[in-house]
Structures are given as structure tokens and as C-alpha cells.
Design a binder for this molecule. Structure first.
Ligand SMILES: C[S@@+](CC[C@H](N)C(=O)[O-])C[C@H]1O[C@@H](n2cnc3c(N)ncnc32)[C@H](O)[C@@H]1O
Length: 246
């Protein structure tokens, strides 16, 4: 560790937001940074799972790359997660200490509900000499709004972005205080959210966009009719808390 503080590291880490799924929505800088990278780290939820991010970038970058898939389990146990972030930080730092250019890719934007945030914090703590560049990406909610033709903010309006929890914490308050509410991480809580929006008379003001930018993208305006539970996964719900103007 003491050596880390003295050494000038040639390699660096690029945290790259790759957008929602359509490879054409990668920024020019993201593409360039992926091409510069020698080792590309991609996150996934379990050892035998597949990295969605890897599938997206493989469509746009040419040339041979070393891919390393890092597992981050879907748990809320902070102690377990910390172990995985530490292990991943060590693995990435190992490549950078060898002088390699490393990239860590993340869906959407790296600073919106992303593992990258925790990983970066760990790298800054354990390997402060590592140079880092973070490249923004188009977030899922931006892509969803464009695909659905849903105006997010006009004039003096305010918007809230929330993750959906089991208890739907904060959603009712957000619907009262903000003009637009963006719900992410819908998952298995989809029917609960639909029930709440129906109760509030807001279901008709909402649109669900599932897998925005992916080949199996779905845009559903009549969310009250949704029966398919799978639609909650990789989905955002956009809600106007007042009747839409257009
Ligand atoms: C861990 S968060 C990552 C958010 C990401 N960093 C971003 O800026 O979009 C995962 C959530 O993002 C949303 N999401 C990611 N990709 C999506 C897509 N292509 N279409 C719709 N929602 C998506 C879903 O709400 C999903 O539960």
C-alpha cells in the first residue's frame, strides 16, 4: 500500500457510461475510450449471469480486447457488497499497476444508481494514485423519455428521480411535490406501483418504457393494463403528476 503512494502510475481507469442499450447511443468519447482501453471490466449480477454491458459494447468496438467480468451480487448486505467492491478495486488496480489502460463500463450514466460509484469510492480510498476519468452516458430515463415522446421538464417545473422500494417509500410525496416523477429499479414492484398510480388517478399520466434502446424495447402508455410481470425489469416509469399539457 505504501508503494502505491509513491509510484507514478502510467495506466488509468476510465469509468464509461455506455447509455441505455442501443450501441448508437454511446458518445464519441465513450467509443474512443473503449478503443483506448486494454482491459475492459464489465459488471454482472451473478457468476453465471451475462453482462448486458459487454453485449452492447462488443457491437461497436473492433480489435482484440481483454474482457474481465466482475460479479456484484444483487444483495443489500453492505458488508457482502463491500467485499466485492474491494476485490474488484484490487483486480482493476492490479492491471493499472502493470501500466494498462483499464475501463469499467456501466449502463446509462456512471453516476446514476451505478456500482461504479461505490467502486470508485473504494479505488480512491485504497489506491489514491490511480488516475480516473469518468465519461457520462445517456441515462435510461433520458432514453425512455425520448422514445416515448415524453417531455420531462418545461419552464419552471421540477423533477424527482426515485428508486422503487418494496414499501414504495417517497413516491406519494414526490408525486405531490414534483411535476414529473421518474421511477427506476421497478422490477418485481411493478404491480404495487401501478396500484398506487391508479389510486392517485395518475395511471393515465404515466408511461412505462422497458429495455429502452434494446431490440425488445416496449413502450406502454396504458400501464393499468399491464399483466406481464417481466415488464418491470430494466424498466422506467415516467409520470406527470399533473395532467399533461400536450
Ligand atoms: C442500477 S440502475 C442503473 C441506472 C443507469 N446508471 C442509468 O443511468 O440509466 C438500473 C435501473 O436503470 C433502469 N434502466 C437501465 N437500463 C434501462 C433501459 N435500457 N430501459 C429502461 N430502464 C433501464 C431500470 O430502472 C433499472 O432497474
Amino acid at each position: 500500500m505504501r508503494n502505491d503512494h509513491k509510484k507514478v502510475l502510467r495506466g488509468k481507469l476510465c469509468g464509461i457510461g455506455i447509455g441505455p442499450g442501443d450501441p448508437k447511443l454511446l458518445t464519441l468519447r465513450a467509443k474512443e475510450a473503449l478503443e483506448e482501453a486494454e482491459v475492459i471490466f464489465t459488471p454482472k449480477g451473478s457468476d453465471d449471469g451475462i453482462s448486458v454491458a459487454r453485449k452492447i459494447i462488443e457491437q461497436v468496438i473492433e480489435g482484440k480486447k481483454t474482457y474481465v467480468e466482475l460479479t456484484f451480487p444483487m444483495t443489500k448486505d453492505k458488508a457482502v457488497l463491500k467485499r466485492y467492491w474491494k476485490k474488484a478495486a484490487r483486480r482493476i488496480a492490479g492491471e493499472i499497476k502493470k501500466g494498462k489502460q483499464a475501463a469499467f463500463v456501466t449502463l446509462g450514466d456512471p453516476f446514476i444508481y451505478s456500482t461504479y460509484i461505490y467502486l470508485l469510492r473504494m479505488i480512491r480510498q485504497d489506491y489514491p494514485r490511480i488516475k480516473v476519468e469518468t465519461i457520462p452516458g445517456i441515462s435510461a430515463f433520458n432514453a425512455a423519455a425520448s422514445r416515448a415522446g415524453f417531455s420531462l421538464l418545461e419552464g419552471k417545473e421540477k423533477m424527482a428521480v426515485l428508486p422503487v422500494s418494496e414499501t414504495l417509500e417517497g413516491i406519494e410525496e414526490a408525486l405531490e411535490d414534483f411535476d414529473t416523477v421518474v421511477l427506476m429499479k421497478v422490477g418485481a414492484k411493478l404491480q404495487k406501483v401501478i396500484r398506487l398510480l391508479k389510486q392517485k388517478g395518475l395511471a393515465k399520466n404515466a408511461v412505462l418504457v422497458s429495455r429502452a434502446g434494446h431490440p425488445n424495447e416496449k413502450i406502454i402508455r396504458n400501464i393499468a393494463s399491464i399483466k406481464d410481470k417481466e415488464l418491470g425489469y430494466l424498466s422506467v416509469i415516467l409520470v406527470r403528476s399533473l395532467p399533461a399539457k400536450q
